[in-house]
Design a protein around this ligand. Sequence first.
Ligand code: HEC
Length: 128
Amino acid sequence: MRLVRCAAALTAAGLLLAACGEEPKPPPTAAGPAAPQPAPGFAAAPPAGDAEKGRQVWLVQCVTCHHRDPGKDGPIGPAVKGSSEALVEARLLRGGYPPGYTPKRDSKVMPARPDLARSIADLAAFLR
Ligand code: HEC
């Protein structure tokens, strides 16, 4: 009898210790499910090209051959005012042309510039 009571007391103490030893944690549901965060990069991407940014790229990267005024022929490259985004993309990514497009010249002087892929929309907005 005496032994049983002792064991019961120990068990009770053990439970108490276990209960006290627990860190006070908020229940997992207290904060609610994590709010969905937009993936970085997606939220920042502009929906359309920025003509002013395109102008900056044009002046730095393209006027070696094309005219400062894209409506005029440059020293090497032709006037490109009104070029579609598909045309700018084909030129910069592949050095090619969109399907069915008739190039202004049949030379192959202009190098592809896949490193400028992020500026295609801006350039197209500027050349529009
Ligand atoms: C090395 C000189 C050179 C540079 C630099 C250059 N181009 Fe060109 N570009 C040309 C030439 C020459 C053509 C005519 C086709 C050919 O020979 O490749 C041309 C053609 C084009 C055309 C197609 C015209 C048409 O309707 O047939 C577009 C659009 C164009 N360039 C845009 C650009 C843009 C935008 C840049 C700057 C990122 C650029 N080019 C940089 C020389 C250049």
